[in-house]
Design a protein around this ligand. Structure first.
Ligand SMILES: [Zn+2]
Length: 317
């Protein structure tokens, strides 16, 4: 405390009080310098660079912890275009009392000044669009998948394991680095089911079907009626599916630079460049996902993409 007062002045002293509570040993003892007068500047000549950095860190943190908080003045700036379609909100911070940040800077002060009156018009000089990415949720492991199934009421505890095993057996998913990832085949099948049998793969379908079955049990509905209704709908769906070809844009680029299209033929999945006609086979268990009718081999959040030698390159659209 005396050190802070001597060095920075009375105002910077924190409200910290050294309280001794009877016989209770102080349990949360932190690392701190044994002599605050040994400042990092003085100590610098006595130690190597790493030791100095570490000491400075400890010293500054300790001193800062004994000082007053810092005070900021904040200016909120609200910008709107005339139509009201676009709005921007910004905050300018100006430190008006340094407090502990005299020693340990935590918040960067805004470097720009902004002096405009309310309602003033501002000319736009340049528009820059920056893409920000938030971290996607981690992929499922078997354990987290079971948890999710429980949460969503998919299956019963007795069927969780078989269901997951079936996905693996049919190569709809595979394991990579202990995480479960969807394969090309799995993603295509899933996309297909959602598109053409959306009602059946809908998570609520099972629940609704259970209700109907209950109605039959109670004699409120004839089972033939239910079957007929279901079958007519299903038959229409099936007929609509006939002759559908897989033809989907992908995130892979051909050597000529054009995007490649995902197709399915006699020998399985392959990519075709519509520009130059090159084709390339793709294993059905390659990790991939379908989003908005486009197949992505470059799964975000995967760090093992390699350098493109196996075709799974890092190109993004
Ligand atoms: Zn090409």
């Amino acid at each position: 405390m005396r050190f802070i007062e001597e060095r920075f002045g009375e105002d910077f002293k924190g409200d910290y009080k050294a309280v001794k509570k009877g016989k209770i040993q102080d349990a949360h003892e932190a690392i701190r310098p044994t002599n605050v007068y040994m400042t990092p500047e003085k100590a610098k000549n006595l130690m190597n660079n790493d030791q100095y950095k570490l000491y400075k860190l400890i010293w500054e943190r300790f001193i800062a912890s004994q000082m007053k908080g810092s005070t900021y003045e904040e200016t909120e700036i609200v910008l709107k275009d005339e139509s009201g379609r676009f709005g921007f909100l910004g905050v300018l911070r100006k430190r008006i009392f340094d407090g502990f940040e005299l020693v340990l800077e935590m918040v960067k002060e805004s470097s720009t000044n902004f002096h405009r009156g309310e309602g003033e018009l501002i000319e736009i000089e340049e528009v820059e669009i920056k893409e920000m990415e938030t971290k996607p949720k981690p992929r499922f492991s078997e354990a987290t998948l079971v948890k999710e199934m429980e949460k969503r009421g998919i299956g019963r505890p007795s069927t969780y394991a078989t269901t997951i095993r079936t996905l693996f057996r049919r190569k709809y998913v595979k394991k990579e680095r202990r995480k479960i990832v969807p394969t090309l085949l799995g993603s295509i099948v899933n996309d297909f089911m959602e598109k053409y049998f959306g009602e059946i793969v809908d998570l609520d379908f099972t629940a609704r079907m259970e209700e109907r079955l209950d109605e039959i049990e109670k004699g409120e509905q004839e089972y033939q009626d239910l079957l007929k209704k279901f079958y007519v709908g299903f038959k229409n769906l099936l007929e609509g599916v006939n002759g559908i070809k897989i033809d989907m844009q992908s995130d892979r680029k051909c050597e000529c630079g054009s995007p490649m299209t995902m197709k399915y033929g006699k020998y399985g999945f392959y990519l075709k460049c519509e520009a130059c006609g090159r084709t390339k086979g793709v294993k059905s268990d390659t990790p991939a996902i379908v989003l908005d009718n486009k197949i992505f081999f470059n799964l975000k959040g995967e760090s093992n993409e390699g350098n493109g030698s196996d075709g799974r390159n890092l190109e993004r659209t």
